[in-house]
Design a protein. Structure first.
Length: 83
């Protein structure tokens, strides 16, 4: 569009990352990230060989957290995040 430049980019990644730790109360803490995604847009103006642009977007993920106490009880929570 003349000297105006626009663009959109999106990505999705299946991660299946896992991590765990034990806190000072001997609770077992575990987390799993199943996927991440992002969508970004760009708008810019070209001046001869110079391009000035602005970029902004949003990111998403889905993860599950588990806490197991020494008595054997387990609590599970899952969360969709937007940043």
């Amino acid at each position: 569009m003349s000297s105006v430049v626009v663009g959109v980019e999106a990505d999705f990644t299946g991660t299946w990352d896992k991590g765990s730790a034990t806190d000072s109360f001997n609770n077992n803490l575990a987390t799993s990230v199943f996927w991440t995604a992002s969508v970004t847009g760009r708008v810019g103006v070209a001046f001869d060989r110079l391009l000035v642009y602005f970029k902004g977007g949003v990111a998403f993920d889905y993860d599950r957290d588990t806490v197991t106490v020494p008595a054997g009880n387990t609590a599970v929570g899952s969360l969709y995040r937007v940043a």
